[in-house]
Ligand binder design. Structure first.
Ligand code: PLP
Length: 377
């Protein structure tokens, strides 16, 4: 029987059994609405308080600075639009060319509403240069938003330098940390950001839940008006089980952060060594300062989409560019932005590993690629 290999952990991850166990009581037993006054609400309310403490500690924030959302997309939309809407149109924001579409399309929407958007280029490793940000800041800029780690090429951005450059001109800084939280150490004070987005399903939590960190005193307009939950900043009945599952999964990742990093690095090294041994003509995209186990590989003369489908037929799940973007047939905006040479660009696949992957699977993936595209040089 063919064994399945899941190598697309940047797209999503399986719910951890411990997180599932932690969630269970809040689905059918302690299901009270946390905003109500009777006894059935006590446990869910306590669970939300406790989860907020765990999540705040994980990123070195205060619990009052954590606002639960429906995921990374909502957190990004809120940080960007909620900051801009504190000002009249004419004020603008700055972002980078390699952001996730949750950021890019929030920016496009703002631009249409009269808040001009400047998009910064990146270098060939996908890094945003703080000097380039500095030069782009104008008296009209109210926010700069650059992701902490790329979902497509894994590059980790110099966020503390970028945030300092923004602050020198009194500009607020947001980072989309959806691919980073739970995978590398994240400290909002070391990063110096005013806002940070995260999403539970990227670290073995449930889908449809995430959070926005908002530093105390940061001006931000709520996008969800209603019953005044989350201190009036994000109305809507709390996703209690989701929030509990997110906190549990995040704590589990934090407890094994270093172990996970070295295990995933080891697996990635095996795969790369194997591909080199098979004499493929390929390039690794992104910087060496990257999310562990995140590989963007461009095979010369190959067709990335064909590779994805053939690997899928062999039982292996990988991505071409970003999963959230997989309906687009054209070349990923990130691969374009880092200027991968044309004869390699079309042959790009993303392999993102997780703790459920094994060494044997790395040999199997290399072997499958060999069967599909053969020896190249
Ligand atoms: N930002 C980044 C960098 C992502 O990788 C993703 C998901 O792929 C998102 C935002 C969107 O997060 P969510 O799926 O929770 O809406």
């Amino acid at each position: 029987m063919q064994t399945r290999i899941y190598a697309d952990h940047a797209a999503t991850t399986a719910l951890s059994p411990a997180a599932r166990d932690a969630m269970e009581p809040f689905l059918q037993v302690a299901y009270g609405n946390p905003s109500t006054l009777y006894n059935l609400a006590r446990e869910p309310r306590k669970a939300i308080v406790h989860s907020r403490e765990i999540i705040a500690a994980a990123i070195h924030a205060d619990p009052s600075e954590i606002f639960f959302t429906s995921g990374g997309t909502e957190a990004d939309n809120w940080a960007i639009k909620g900051t801009a809407f504190c000002h009249a149109p004419g004020k603008g924001i700055i972002t980078s060319a390699i952001e996730h579409h949750a950021v890019l399309n929030s920016s496009v929407a703002l631009d249409r509403m009269g808040y001009p958007v400047t998009t910064l280029p990146v270098d060939t490793e996908g890094v945003v240069n703080p000097a380039v940000l500095k030069a782009a800041l104008t008296p009209e800029t109210v926010l700069a938003t650059v992701m902490l780690a790329s979902n497509e090429i894994g590059t980790i951005e110099p966020i503390s330098e970028l945030a300092s450059a923004a602050h020198e001109k009194g500009v607020l800084f947001h980072t989309d940390a959806v691919q980073a939280v739970g995978h590398i150490p994240v400290d909002v004070n070391a990063l110096g950001v005013e806002m940070l987005s995260a999403s539970a399903h990227k670290f073995n939590g449930p889908k449809g839940v995430g959070f926005l960190y908002v530093r105390t005193g940061t001006p931000l307009i709520p996008l969800m008006d209603g019953g005044g939950q989350e201190h009036g900043m994000r109305s809507g009945t709390e996703n209690v089980a989701g929030v509990v599952g997110m906190a549990s999964a995040l704590q589990e990742h934090l407890d094994r952060l270093e172990q996970e990093a070295s295990y995933l690095q080891g697996l990635a090294d095996i795969l790369i060594a194997q591909l080199r041994q098979n004499r493929f003509d390929f390039r690794m995209n992104g910087s060496n300062n990257r999310i562990p186990g995140s590989l963007s590989l461009s095979f010369k003369g190959a067709d990335g989409e064909m590779l994805l489908h053939r690997l899928d037929l062999m039982g292996t799940a990988v991505a071409t560019g970003s999963a959230c973007n997989s309906k687009e047939n054209e070349l990923s905006h990130v691969i374009k932005a880092i200027q991968v040479p044309e004869d390699y660009a079309n042959g790009t696949i993303r392999i993102t590993l997780g703790m459920d992957n094994t060494k044997d699977q790395m040999y199997a993936i290399a072997d499958q690629i060999h069967k599909i595209i053969g020896v190249q040089s």
